[in-house]
Design a protein around this ligand. Structure first.
Ligand SMILES: Cc1cc2nc3c(=O)[nH]c(=O)nc-3n(C[C@H](O)[C@H](O)[C@H](O)COP(=O)(O)OP(=O)(O)OC[C@H]3O[C@@H](n4cnc5c(N)ncnc54)[C@H](O)[C@@H]3O)c2cc1C
Length: 317
């Protein structure tokens, strides 16, 4: 059976696309991927998603979005896509643990995973003082002492942003030189609330049992360890868009983010659409992901409608 639309991923982008397509009678099939509910399942309170004046827990928000899509008939399947044949339509998806799936249109909303340090204490304290998103979590750290790990543009940007709330932001970087552009470095260096711990490698994140209390680092020259006391650690060492399975098949930038035609969700393959963080290296927010999810659903629907219209006029002539 060939489906009209298959959606990859159940973050805010995929689930919004599912709500719209289900309500348009497109009977979407949604492949949940390795992280059902997406990145917001890794966090606790979400305070900046409109419509929830008291905030909402991330996993709850995602659960509600899924129920909303199910209510209109979206079908959910566990598993993740390993390969896609896009050489002709219908597209053929190879999904682990399932029979191959065929679809007329494909919506890719597989997100981008934050790169992590992989040190002890990091995973366990995610959402308890460890974060990968200053825009999302900075507000929780008013007058607190924070650490930002990283030396690129995004680390400088996150650190500068966090000084709006924090009393001090220390940038920890494993090299003596920063990778960030000069303008971003200059801005961070001119910020009186930012201090520096360069040439130091993070070794362990320590917690008081409830939340983060310190970052232990090792000096790369002396090998000596030092404890930096902190209320929160922002890991800002980049993101990996989840696009490995379409490498060489869809246009992407040098970091692997999918390229879409500006103002649309069209990829370079007709009938394949991309939405959410997988095509957005800039905003990476739940609401922007949901917004582009809506766009992808409407683009897919109109694409099929356009084809139907062409077929219909052809029959008449
Ligand atoms: C800790 C944390 C806190 C955050 N807090 C906030 C906040 O307060 N407010 C805010 O606006 N944003 C926040 N964000 C950012 C927000 O979560 C993301 O911008 C948003 O989730 C992106 O949505 P998405 O749908 O594009 O992708 P994601 O949420 O990343 O979902 C990707 C989906 O794709 C699936 N997938 C991956 N690979 C495959 C595959 N091969 N086949 C099939 N499926 C696949 C995954 O299983 C997942 O379901 C936070 C992020 C993190 C990590």
């Amino acid at each position: 059976m060939t489906h009209k639309a298959v959606i990859l991923g159940t973050g805010p982008a995929g689930l919004t696309a599912a709500v719209y397509l289900a309500r348009a009678n497109m009977e979407p099939v949604v492949i949940e991927g390795p992280e059902p509910g997406g990145q917001l399942t890794l966090t606790t309170e979400v305070e900046n998603y409109p419509g929830f004046p008291e905030g909402i827990m991330g996993p709850q928000l995602m659960d509600d979005m899924k129920k909303q899509a199910e209510r209109f008939g979206a079908e959910f399947k566990r598993g993740w896509v390993e390969d896609v044949d896009m050489s002709e339509r219908p597209f053929k998806l190879k999904i682990n643990g399932m029979d191959d799936v065929e679809t007329d249109t494909l919506i890719i909303s597989t997100g981008a995973s934050a790169k992590m340090l992989g040190i002890p204490g990091e995973k366990e304290n995610m959402g308890k003082g460890v974060s990968t998103c200053a825009t999302c979590d900075g507000f929780f750290f008013r007058d607190k002492k924070l650490v930002v790990v990283g030396g690129g543009d995004s680390a400088m940007e996150e650190a500068n942003f966090l000084t709006k709330f924090a009393s001090e932001v220390q940038i920890v970087h494993r090299r003596n030189e920063l990778r960030a552009s000069k303008i971003m470095q200059d801005r961070a260096k001119a910020n009186e609330k930012i201090t520096w711990a360069l040439n130091k490698t993070p070794v362990e994140m320590e917690s008081d049992g409830m939340k983060i209390s310190a970052l232990r680092v090792k000096d790369n020259d002396s090998g000596e360890e030092e404890v930096i006391e902190t209320d929160g650690i922002f890991v800002a060492i980049g993101h990996n868009p989840n696009t490995e399975f379409v490498k060489g098949k869809l246009d992407m930038d040098d970091k692997g983010y999918l390229l879409v035609e500006p103002g649309t969700t069209n990829t370079n393959v007709e009938g394949v659409f991309a939405c959410g963080d997988v095509q957005d290296a800039k905003y990476r927010q739940a609401i922007t992901a949901a917004g582009t999810g809506c766009m992808a659903a409407m683009d897919a629907e109109r694409f099929l409608e356009g084809e139907a219209a062409i077929d219909w006029s052809h029959t008449l002539s």
